[in-house]
Design a protein around this ligand. Sequence first.
Ligand SMILES: Cc1ncc(COP(=O)(O)O)c(C=O)c1O
Length: 345
Amino acid sequence: MTERGSDGDGTRVIHAGQPAPAAGQPFLPGPVFAAPYHLGPGQRYYARNENPTLDAFEAALSTLEGGSAVVFPSGMAALSAVLLTTLRPGDRVVVPSDGYFGTRIFAHEELTRFDIRVEELSTVDVDEVAGAGGLEGVALLMIESPSNPRLDVCNIEVVTEAAHESGCLVAVDNTTATPLGQRPLELGADFSVAADTKALSGHSDLLLGHVAARDDERAARVRAWRTRSGAVPGPFEVWLAHRSLGTLDLRLDRQAANARALANALVEHPAVTGLRYPGLPRDPSHDQFTRQMRRPSGLLSFELADADTVECFLAASRLAIAATSFGGLHTTVDRRAQWGGDRVS
Ligand SMILES: Cc1ncc(COP(=O)(O)O)c(C=O)c1O
């Protein structure tokens, strides 16, 4: 694999995880479809442990994240791997109250069965609580910054330093930023976790996730969990994601430009309230976004009066389509309130 420190993002994503050029060989070898391999000393033997297609994509993600990466069949599989490899009965875990609802549901419905105490904290409060020693006795703090859907941003460096002083590990759900937008491991976090289903793979055609760890031993623990639990993605999805990665820089640039144009068009619109886009100077997250992040994403959020107004908005729009995901090639609108209860934010 070739990478020079001076390479820009566009070059880095094109070459990440690709083998050194060899005459007669493809740039990115195709997916390897195998369950067992022919046995031999020192060779791969079974695909739940090892697959060269996964190895190549993990090498790419490790380069971009700055720490060993392990790929999973979905973002939730990646998030649950971090929770289940770091927590023990009797532990306390803090999850975002305003982040992706799936993390909260998993924590409340699954972790509590193992006598793990689940607490919630909003992204805007996490800096202050961590700074005031509020993480004393907490085993793991899960943060999501920028949070989905309200796009609040916390100070990962300050929070992580305070958490570590309290003996608390920190995992960051980096889905909305991607490793081109923010590198949580460089900011001190122990884990960077993401749903690569979204912008990283970016074509709305697969589910995938990954965990990257600052410490190789923690990455090895997550990898062992994957082998033992069997939460291993198939090679075709992984290969598609690796192929798509090459355009991540271009896609993010265009998505951010489009999101900024939309945010500027909506900000003064009389029907719109609560517009959030951290790239806008008037956004409450803008200062922290500017200090911490490398680029904005293509995600923005706002409120309309009611469900009927959202229906009118969608009916009048030629390009925006209703769908509960983001980060792909299409402009999608997800009315969070339609999901109700816990799933609104
Ligand atoms: C911030 C965030 N984290 C995690 C997930 C879960 O990812 P997946 O659907 O791939 O399991 C999502 C999905 O929307 C998300 O938005």
